[in-house]
Design a protein around this ligand. Sequence first.
Ligand code: SAH
Length: 245
Amino acid sequence: MGKVYLTGAGPGDIDLLTIKALRVIKKADVIIYDRLANPLILKEAKDGCEFVYVGKEDSHHTLPQEEINEVIYQNALKHDVVVRLKGGDPFVFGRGGEEGIYLRERGISFEFIPGITSAIAVPEYAGIPVTHRGITVSFRVVTGHESKNKDHSQIPWENYKTDDTIIFLMGLHRLKKIASKLIEIGKPKDYPVAVISKGTTPDEKTVIGTLADIHEKAKNLPTPALIVVGEVVNLHKQLNWFEQE
Ligand code: SAH
C-alpha cells in the first residue's frame, strides 16, 4: 500500500511549484492531475511514471468527485508513491479535504503539500496586492459558483459591505450577477474591479473596470479567470510588472 501526496501545483507558472512538490513529483509512480495543474510539470516525472487525467474545468467536473476519490484510492493500492496534483493549493476550493477524508477512511496514509494559490498569486502577477496599508486590512476569497438548483444565494452578500478586498474564484460566468449584487448591497457603481485571465502564464490578461461596466469589458476573456473587487485594484496602474501593455 502506497502513500498519497495531495499536492498543490501552484497557479500556472511552473516556477511557482514548491521544492517539496517537485521532490515528490520526481519520485512519483503515478500522477493524478487536474486541468489547472500546468502539464509541463509532468515532464519532471521519472521514466515509467503513469499519468491519470481527472480534468476539472471550473465547476464542470469531467469525473465526479466520488470517482476521483476512488481513482486515487485504487492507485494507492497499486503504487508506492501517488501524487495527486491540483491547481493552486489543495485546500482553496480544491476539495483536498474530501480526498483526504476518503483516504483516511480506507486506511491510506497521505500528506498535504501546500501550493501557491491563484487567489493571491494571480492578483500579484497583475500588480494588485490583496492587502495594502491605508487601503484595506483584509481580504476574502469566495466562490463565484453557486449550485444551479438552489433558489436563493448561498453567498452571504450582506457580509461584503466592508472595504475588504474580495477575490471571486470560479465566477467569470456569473460576473454580471456578482457585480449587480454588490451594487445592490450598496457599493458604488464606479467601485473598482479587475478580471484576470490565465494568470501567471504568458497568456495572462488583466481587464480593469467598475462594477457597472466590468461585465461588458471582460466578456470575451478565456478561463481560468478570477475577479478582484476593491480599491486595491487601482494599484495595478503603478504596480503592473508582468503583462506587456
Ligand atoms: N485550488 C485552486 C483554485 C481552484 S478553483 C487555487 O488555490 O488556486 C478554480 C478557480 O481558480 C478558477 O475558476 C479561477 O477562478 C481560479 N484560477 C485558477 N488558476 C487561475 C489562473 N491561472 N488565472 C486566473 N484564475 C485562476
